[in-house]
Write a protein that binds this ligand. Structure first.
Ligand SMILES: *[C@@H]1O[C@H](CO)[C@@H](O)[C@H](O)[C@H]1NC(C)=O
Ligand SMILES: *[C@@H]1O[C@H](CO)[C@@H](O)[C@H](O)[C@H]1NC(C)=O
Ligand SMILES: *[C@@H]1O[C@H](CO)[C@@H](O)[C@H](O)[C@H]1NC(C)=O
Ligand SMILES: *[C@@H]1O[C@H](CO)[C@@H](O)[C@H](O)[C@H]1NC(C)=O
Ligand SMILES: *[C@@H]1O[C@H](CO)[C@@H](O)[C@H](O)[C@H]1NC(C)=O
Ligand SMILES: *[C@@H]1O[C@H](CO)[C@@H](O)[C@H](O)[C@H]1NC(C)=O
Ligand SMILES: *[C@@H]1O[C@H](CO)[C@@H](O)[C@H](O)[C@H]1NC(C)=O
Ligand SMILES: *[C@@H]1O[C@H](CO)[C@@H](O)[C@H](O)[C@H]1NC(C)=O
Ligand SMILES: CC(=O)N[C@H]1CO[C@H](CO)[C@@H](O)[C@@H]1O
Length: 512
């Protein structure tokens, strides 16, 4: 198995007591009629894509910190179930609004509706997408911005704008996934994208004015490919990652795994009348076989002058992206230096008896429970804190509310994989270089004094990382003693693991 690269999103979800202050906030309501439309964003292949209210690309959604969000989801697809997830939102007290099918809810079948109703108390750059199987790369994903009246960098920019990068496939996900996890693909080679997009097009332009400073919010809404991003002739000053403000850090290039976000300031030249290329380049090291016809790059332009040409991007020799481990959160939150509970998740790719390749944590591959985990929490009474009730294809851990929890992720695979934690962000305390093998707690690791926090992190090939978070988002669905919440770890396609918590009782982490 030379390069079995599977793209993982690990998700942890937790539920907290209801009753957030609803004070000053506005209620913002959106009706989402989710249905098929036609799209051809790279100009190479028109295809069916999943649109909202008859449109694709999907709308950028703007909110202000404190708002109540109502999304009335109507499944008009006719032939597929669906769901909605709001990536990076803690859903503190509204765990049942988080969206992952099999964890906090059932699928919304064709012809049915579901209302998502929650408040947004965290500023930053997020995104929304279907959390039904591998559906979102068929188009069902967009940006979700929570504006902050108290943004600490408020005075330092003139305007803000948001855009995305992503990979793009000409074929629909159901067929790609069937071929992916199949005895005909025993190495688990992921489907290689057909092209790259910037803000869902290949001719993206941003009109800019000389001398102004812009706050750009960039999200990788792709399925699989990490992206290198740079702007010719301009430097970026990073001020936000995954909704967490950082001390400003300057760079020429960033790398975004799928689901990661960067917010950065860019100051325009004082006197330019020519335009500048912005480039996003898919990380080809993820692709087992790179088709000779693939263009991994997409170019967009900072337009100082709409009548001037759009320059072709200059090739660069090597990618040297900013190391996100050097970021320091703006709030200076110090390292959680006392860990109450630590456990390992050992990731590997291997074949099961059907000859197909699967992802495993601790030798267990995920099977979506028929009964969503959250419902099991709600219906198993005293047993809710016993890991076993969440099913045999899970890998459960019981956490105490308030504990500082450490997860060590050991990558026993030769590919890079991003992981995402639902319900919290986490301190990124350690990440080993490629080829380091498993984490050894006895080694003399030096941890950052104030580690970067984010909600999505990549592990290096045959490397490891350690993250820490406070388990402060447990659930209370009723004012009774028994208060569930769910912590979910979800691998995007072939594997997943979940964790469940019951109020002040333990959180259990289940892994399939
Ligand atoms: C941008 O590209 C898309 C296809 O990639 C094409 O449909 C559209 O017409 C182009 N727009 C402009 C302004 O060139
Ligand atoms: C569902 O319908 C769309 C639009 O006609 C089509 O492109 C797609 O292949 C269908 N999917 C399934 C699973 O039947
Ligand atoms: C949203 O939730 C709030 C708090 O539970 C409730 O008062 C409100 O009626 C709900 N709105 C909708 C449209 O369901
Ligand atoms: C990117 O696309 C979204 C959705 O179409 C749009 O609202 C947004 O303005 C675009 N970003 C920029 C900087 O043009
Ligand atoms: C534009 O400004 C830069 C400094 O910002 C200066 O180096 C350059 O000479 C100027 N070019 C013109 C054409 O004025
Ligand atoms: C994509 O960009 C990289 C980096 O600039 C360059 O080396 C490569 O040749 C480009 N590929 C294509 C097909 O343009
Ligand atoms: C872990 O590190 C300790 C101290 O450096 C060393 O003695 C031990 O052999 C290591 N364990 C493994 C499994 O490598
Ligand atoms: C959830 O809300 C509780 C109560 O306000 C707070 O203590 C906790 O830190 C919050 N957790 C997260 C992850 O926001
Ligand atoms: C109407 C509105 O407020 N639009 C804003 C939505 O968020 C983007 C990204 O921050 C802004 O560029 C828009 O102006």
């Amino acid at each position: 198995m030379a390069l079995s690269l599977s793209n993982f999103l690990v998700c942890l979800i937790a539920l907290l007591p209801k009753g957030l202050p609803s004070a000053i906030a506005a209620t913002v309501t959106h009706d989402f009629n989710v249905g098929w439309v036609r799209g051809n964003p790279d100009g190479m292949a028109e295809r069916s894509v999943i649109g909202i209210n008859g449109q694709w690309p999907l709308p950028l959604l703007n909110f202000t910190k404190g708002d109540r969000v109502i999304i009335n989801l109507h499944n008009k697809l006719g032939n597929q179930s669906t769901s909605a997830h709001f990536h990076g939102l803690y859903q503190n007290g509204t765990n049942d609004m988080d969206g992952p099918v099999g964890v906090t809810q059932c699928d919304v079948p064709p012809g049915h509706s579901m209302t998502y109703n929650f408040t947004v108390d965290q500023p930053g750059t997020y995104w929304y997408h279907s959390h039904t199987r591998g559906q979102y790369p068929d188009g069902w994903r967009g940006q979700f911005i929570i504006h902050d009246p108290e943004n600490p960098f408020r005075g330092q920019f003139d305007e803000e704008m948001a855009f995305t990068v992503s990979d793009w496939y000409h074929d629909e996900m159901p067929g790609l996934l069937t071929d992916f996890i199949s005895h005909k693909n025993p190495t688990g080679a992921e489907p290689v994208p057909n092209s790259a997009l910037m803000n869902d097009t290949q001719n993206f332009t941003v009109a800019v004015e000389p001398g102004k400073t812009y706050f750009f919010r960039l999200t990788n809404i792709g399925a699989f490919a990490g992206q290198y991003f740079w702007i010719e002739g301009h430097r970026m000053r990073i001020i936000e990652v995954d909704g967490v403000y950082t001390q400003p850090a300057e760079t020429d290039m960033i790398y975004l795994t799928t689901a990661q976000r960067y917010g950065f300031l860019v100051t325009m030249k004082e006197n330019s009348s020519s335009n500048f290329a912005m480039v996003s380049s898919m990380d080809e090291s993820l692709f087992d076989v790179v088709p000779p016809t693939l263009n991994p790059n997409v170019t967009g332009w900072l337009m100082y002058d709409a009548s001037a040409p759009k320059p072709v991007a200059s090739p660069i020799e090597a990618f040297h992206p900013f190391d996100d481990f050097s970021l320091v959160p703006e709030d200076g939150l110090e390292l959680f230096d006392h860990v109450d509970y630590s456990f390992n998740l050992d990731l590997k790719m291997d074949n099961l008896g059907d000859g197909a390749n699967y992802a495993f944590f601790n030798d267990v591959t995920y099977v979506t429970p028929v009964v969503p985990t959250l419902y099991s929490v709600l219906t198993t009474g005293d047993k809710a804190s016993e890991a076993a009730v969440y099913g045999a294809y899970t890998n459960s851990y019981v956490l105490n509310k308030g504990d500082i929890v450490e997860i060590v992720l050991n990558n026993d695979d030769g590919g890079k994989h991003p992981f995402h934690l639902h319900g919290h962000n986490f301190q990124t305390v350690y990440r080993a270089p490629a080829g380091s093998g498993f984490y050894n707690a006895s080694d003399d690791h030096s941890f950052p004094a104030a580690p970067m926090r984010r909600d999505t992190l990549m592990v290096n090939p045959n490397g490891n990382f350690a993250i820490r978070f406070r388990a402060d988002n447990p659930g209370e669905s009723a004012p009774s003693a028994q208060n569930p919440s769910a912590l979910l770890m979800n691998e995007q396609e072939s594997g997943s693991s979940t964790a469940t918590s019951t109020g002040t009782w333990p959180l259990a982490l289940l892994q399939p």
